[in-house]
Design a protein around this ligand. Structure first.
Ligand code: PLP
Length: 366
């Protein structure tokens, strides 16, 4: 039985005719930029995150970058983030003009508040927790540190739409929440897209101009800025997908629960919710000392797995100027040798999920 790591085509099977219908309507109306579908999407998204506002932008990296700019991050300022994230968490800080500073993570892949505190300097301006794998970061501790040192908080929610921490969805804890709608994310556009969430009126007013050339209205420009809008066509498609999101999230959690049940008792670390969390399993990552062998064994049985991510950001060539080296973040570095992501998308059949668990168990019995 083949189990690919992703299958984006399958996701569209149930909603294809609806999508084609809306695309056809929009081709006739020509409503492509800042149209009604975008407004509707932004309202639904804000409601989903329990925030006052949501703002569509061109992609998740722009969501982070524009958010940091809106907070005044620039030369001389440091932003603390996780070294084990997708590289855009750090690159967005650099392209905003600031300096990424890393702090090590805990067993659950999220920022360790103790290490965040140690990374604070007089130049620190903000903390960017990443809700990596769809599991919420330790927001109570991070918000307490931010308050103590008067730091802003930008949540990188790219992998974590609808992920819940202490009863509240991510995206509304910090000053700003940043989401990606990349085709591989839990809610995805048919191309690139991103969203910024906030409860802050002033930041919202700033960002609505910042994503659209700095324009206050059609003819008056307040400051030079970027063109980083979410296409109305994408928003229209996303409105259809939003209707499926809770079902898809429930299915991801169902598959994760099954894996956890079937794989417990083996000599591995499983990604289990704490009582305060409801993870959305963008990825399902186990940790094993025999990772490479295991990956090979599963591949031979036609089960595709991935490593998120094999090279931590602080050891990337692009980050060399920051002066970090091997040994700086022992937990994150050790995890790169043990982590393995199993297929966890909603369209997996029960038979496929059972086959993954059975095959996985077989490896540890041998
Ligand atoms: C995907 C992702 C991003 C970037 O989003 P894009 O839409 O691809 O620009 C940023 N941070 C994390 C953690 C991501 O997973």
């Amino acid at each position: 039985m083949k189990v690919p790591f992703v299958n984006i085509g399958l996701q569209h099977r149930q909603i294809k005719s609806e999508i084609l219908g809306i695309v056809s309507e929009l081709l006739d109306s020509g409503q492509f930029i800042l149209g009604g579908d975008l407004v509707k999407f932004e309202q639904s998204f804000a409601q989903l995150c329990g925030t006052k506002y949501a703002l569509g932008v061109a992609n998740g990296t722009d969501a982070l970058f524009l958010s940091l700019k809106a907070l005044g991050i620039g030369p001389g300022y440091e932003v603390i983030t996780a070294p084990n994230s997708f590289l855009a968490s750090a690159s967005s800080i650099h392209i905003a003009g600031g300096t990424p500073v890393f702090a090590d993570v805990r067993e659950d892949f999220n920022l360790d508040p103790v290490q965040v505190r140690k990374a604070i300097t007089p130049r620190t301006r903000a903390i960017m927790p990443v809700h990596l794998t769809g599991r919420p970061a330790a927001m109570d501790d991070i918000l307490a540190i931010a308050k103590e040192f008067s730091l802003a908080v930008v949540e990188d929610c790219a992998q974590a739409i609808c992920s819940v921490y202490k009863g509240k969805p991510v995206g509304g804890f910090g000053d700003l929440g940043c989401f990606s709608l990349h085709p591989l994310k839990n809610l995805s556009a048919c191309g690139d897209g991103g969203v910024i969430t906030t409860n802050n009126d002033a930041l919202y007013e700033q960002l609505i101009k910042a994503r659209n050339h700095g324009l206050r209205n059609r003819d008056e420009c307040e400051f030079w800025s970027y063109n980083s809008r979410l296409d109305n066509l994408q928003a229209a498609i996303l409105n259809i997908k939003l209707g499926k999101l809770s079902e898809w999230t429930a299915r991801r959690r169902e598959i994760a629960a099954y894996y956890i049940e079937r794989l417990s008792g083996l000599n591995i670390i499983l990604p289990i919710d704490k009582p305060s969390e409801k993870a959305v399993y963008h990825t399902f990552i186990i940790q094993s000392g025999r990772r490479d062998e295991l990956k090979e064994f599963l591949a031979a049985m036609e089960i595709d797995t991935k490593i998120h991510y094999p090279v931590p950001i602080h050891l990337q060539v692009a980050a060399r100027y920051l002066g970090y080296g091997l040994g700086d973040f022992p937990v994150a570095e050790a995890q790169t040798g043990t982590i393995l992501s199993l297929p966890v998308y909603p369209e997996l059949t029960d038979l496929q999920v059972e086959y993954v668990a059975d095959t996985f168990r077989k490896f540890f019995k041998n």
